[in-house]
Write a new protein. Structure first.
Length: 447
């Protein structure tokens, strides 16, 4: 079989084999740390935290990204999300602040400085998030009649442990990037998400089993759910890989009696150049009503509608924000004017379009047209978990039907397979696919 032959080829390449073994070892260390409980935390407190996490959709989403470490009161409870938050802030600063833009243009030295700033900001975020997590843990334990006495020094040293745990995860991710396969930070998030999939599948399967053994409708529904999940995943793959190629003709240069240039090339414009960033931005905006509800009590109809992740108005607003942020982020990251100037500088032009301003307008029009279906599909993928919950699918399993988790899984898997295929092709072996090549994400952040 071709699959078995491909596995043999992967194992034959020494460098690729070593990278895979290093990746597996570091992932095993990460998963082991997810079950190391913070000192002084009783089992009753952990049960109370798990019950609270299962009731709250927001907390359940955070628990998914941490690989269930959040609900386990683990030393890795805060996961890698503080580092991702810091990375997003630094990335936005690079779009707005001239000093950060200068660092981005300085090459490797500038990148190292930006990474250092990201680490400092990560520590600052951890110092704020860790006490909040501990206070929440104490409140949930008290509600379960399992008191946890946390004085100032207890909170201080547990904060240090939580911060050290998240920084250690960041270090593991960097080691995977350097000596393993794929982007380490993205791979750790992927492992955390996939770790919950078997449990979600098993729970959904058991809930669909008929209690009396007479009706088989529940099993049919489970099969339909799995087929729908597969279809949504295929759609996410098409969204990540989708491109529109704009032909570019390079002017001929005549030297003596020989002609150089004139070959036609293409500019690959992504259907979804923004990645998962619009979902992250839109989700941050949707957190504002939840925060206001905490101060005002959430008794009004407006607050009830926008604090329930399953409500109609919440998801409609969420969808509209994603479409708007997709256009906004695409306009920031894809700059037609700069692309037109680069083409003109290299004696390139689009057939039938004048160089310069007309080329920039043409590229901007193309991006606007292909961004519309991409943004709509991205919004649909983001609200699919709410639709799945409305159709009676368990909340744990419904989270895999869309949203950030699905796009991260698809993107990271494609990027990792692309790296494996590159190693195979470099050593003159066939790739993972019989025809064509695997296309990963070529724009945006790795996560």
């Amino acid at each position: 079989m071709r699959f078995v032959e491909t596995l043999k080829n992967i194992w034959t390449i020494q460098e690729l084999r070593q990278r895979l073994l290093v990746t597996v070892l570091l992932v095993f260390i990460y998963r082991l740390g997810c079950y190391v409980v913070l000192p002084g935390i009783s089992p009753d407190a952990i049960d109370a935290l798990q019950n609270f996490t299962n009731r709250s959709g927001l907390m359940q989403l955070l628990d998914m990204f941490s690989g269930s470490a959040f609900s386990q009161a683990s030393i890795f409870a805060l996961g890698i999300m503080p580092y991702i938050t810091a990375s997003i802030v630094i990335q936005l600063c690079g779009m707005i602040l001239p000093s950060f833009q200068k660092l981005q243009r300085e090459g490797e030295s500038g990148r190292q400085k930006l990474n250092q700033y990201t680490r400092y900001l990560t520590v600052a975020i951890l110092v704020l998030q860790a006490p909040a997590y501990l206070i929440n843990l104490q409140v949930q334990a008290s509600s379960a009649n399992s008191a946890i006495h946390m004085g100032f020094w207890t909170v201080a040293y547990l904060t240090i442990i939580l911060a050290a745990g998240s920084m250690f995860i960041m270090w593991l991710g960097e080691r995977i990037t350097d000596r393993g396969i794929g982007n380490g930070i993205s791979f750790i998030i992927l492992v955390g998400i996939i770790a919950r999939l078997p449990e979600a599948l098993y729970f959904e399967f058991t809930t669909r089993l008929p209690s009396d053994g007479a009706s088989q409708g529940g099993l049919v529904m489970f099969i339909v759910e799995v087929v729908l999940l597969f279809a949504v995943t295929v759609g996410a793959v098409l969204l990540v890989q989708g491109t529109r190629k704009v032909p570019v003709q390079y002017a001929k240069r005549i030297v003596g009696n020989r002609q150089y240039g004139g070959a036609r090339q293409y500019i690959p414009l992504k259907v979804n150049a923004a990645g998962v960033m619009p979902i992250i931005f839109a989700q941050a905006i949707m957190f504002i009503p939840m925060t206001l509800a905490g101060f005002q009590g959430g008794d009004s109809a407006f607050m009830r509608a926008f604090t329930d992740i399953n409500s109609f108005w919440y998801n409609v607003t969420f969808f509209i924000l994603i479409v708007a942020f997709t256009y906004f982020y695409t306009a920031i990251t894809v700059r037609p004017t700069q692309m037109a100037e680069d083409m003109k500088r290299n004696n390139g032009f689009i057939p039938g379009v004048k160089p310069g301003k007309k080329t920039a307008e043409y590229l901007d029009a193309i991006m606007s047209r292909i961004t519309l279906p991409g943004s709509i599909f991205l919004g649909i993928v983001a609200v699919l978990p709410a639709l799945a919950r409305f159709l009676g699918i368990n909340q744990n399993f419904a989270q895999f039907f869309g949203g950030t988790s699905l796009l991260i899984m698809v993107g990271v898997v494609l990027d990792t397979l692309q790296q494996v295929e590159s190693h195979l092709m470099m050593h003159h072996y066939d790739g993972l696919m019989k025809e064509g090549k695997i296309k990963g994400r070529t724009t945006g952040q790795a996560y």
